[in-house]
Design a protein around this ligand. Sequence first.
Ligand SMILES: [Ca+2]
Ligand SMILES: [Ca+2]
Length: 549
Amino acid sequence: MRLRTSLVLVAVIANIAQLASAAEPPMRAIVTYKTLPPGIASELNLMRVGDAVVSQGHVLPTINSVALTAPRVLLEVLAQDPRVLAIRPQRKLKLNLYGSVEQINARGVELAETVGPAACAKERPGVTGAGVTVAVIDSGVHAAHVGLVGRVLTGLNFEGSLPQRESGVFTAEESDAYAEATGPSALQDEVGHGTHCAGTIGGDGTGAAGLDLAGVAPGVEMISMKIASGANGVAADAGFEANAVRAIDYLTRHRDALNARIASNSWGLLEEEEQAPLLGPTDFDPVQAAIRAAVAEGIVMVFAAGNDGGGPGVDTVRTFPNSMDEVITVGSACKASFGSCPGGEMNDFSSRGAAVDVSAPGDQILSTQAPNSILAPLGQTLEGDYFGDTPQDEAQNRANYMRLSGTSMATPHVAGVVALLLEANPDLSPAQVREILTSTATDMVIEGHAELVSGHDKASGFGLVNVRKALAMAVGAPVADICPGTAAPAPTPTPTPTPAPAPTPVVAPVPVSAAAAATDSGRFGGGSLNPMLLMLLATALAGRRKPRH
Ligand SMILES: [Ca+2]
Ligand SMILES: [Ca+2]
């Protein structure tokens, strides 16, 4: 009897093995457990169906999951495991770069438009992001760039093109050790996308002549978390979702050690890669779960809205992660001047949807160039390009900087602004940061415009991020009259598209605690104010000019 059972079992396994050998190439999936079983890495390493094995994998503790590559037959066996909650095929990543050819003059990192239309707004606001660390989850950062050197302190690699252990599932500790050991590859950038974003967040402008190309928060420190490389496609096929989930999982678990409070995410998931889950609730999304865990740890997640365009009635911000309430979703605005579209409008490519929170310039942004990167030729040869007033300036600036467009380029502006806010008030929670940014944004509205209506709209969200007003609100200062000589915009209280509290009208001097009371109160108090910072802000608010260079 016993022998008979064994023979049947052998026959079944032989059949499965036959299926496995005849089957398509291994699948990438994320297997989520109800509770992460102890020793799951070794258990999966021992799993065999015929000659089918898990070829590689990583344990992801924050979402009780294992990202793995395995033949489908193994995933089907795992789907029978009562401990498993869900199995989802991995989606592909995309970088939200827009390959526009309609390019005319750009003037660098467009701090001016980020902070408002007035001349005084071109002045830097008196905080630099000092003491704040931003994670750049992207294609790596060329850390040796003259405008970034010394400030991208840590590289962590989550990109899979480097040789890995032949086979096997990494425990979280092994996975972390691998990300750290191969971290130097994250301090290089074969694509050029992450380097450009890093310059917008916190480049110091070194290596530019005649133009101010410093980033929004030139005192910030950065961590490069590499999830895409030149080994894959540049824009629409940049790797797999496990790379991003691993990065976010690592960031969440090491938040304190990394001192990281902000992640800048100029990537998304390819919607066409959406595949039915192999098992489990259809509303379970590993990327969403990882982001929620990060936000719960106090990490502000800033995301590009995407470059899928759209218009009235056509929503293109539909998918995770950029549509999540918990993330700050950024659209790409035209610049006041030297852009490819009229100032005050949104780029046509910027994705539309109720989830868009705020906008920042993303059109022909001049920022740090990774030498010999895939994108460098594009960034150098845009039509009607502008790199400086004199041939000497232009030659120097071309060596170190380049121009790119996309919500990828708008997003790091906002990440930089968040760094300024967290220097001003380190106690702000992600929900409070989002409340401050949305309620102080400069409404984008054009009479008769089908899209840019008063208050929140699906193109611009609550409008252009306004650094000065946001900073004032962050420290509890009055937000009115912060830019002398300009009329404050009319108050435009509007309903929000999300369960978030209604925005505070921007002109009234609103004590920040009023907004705090509506979110999670208690962490917003004036007790955390840094007197030096208040003085800096008072100076800025009084309209005193800092020399630019
Ligand atoms: Ca959002
Ligand atoms: Ca509007």
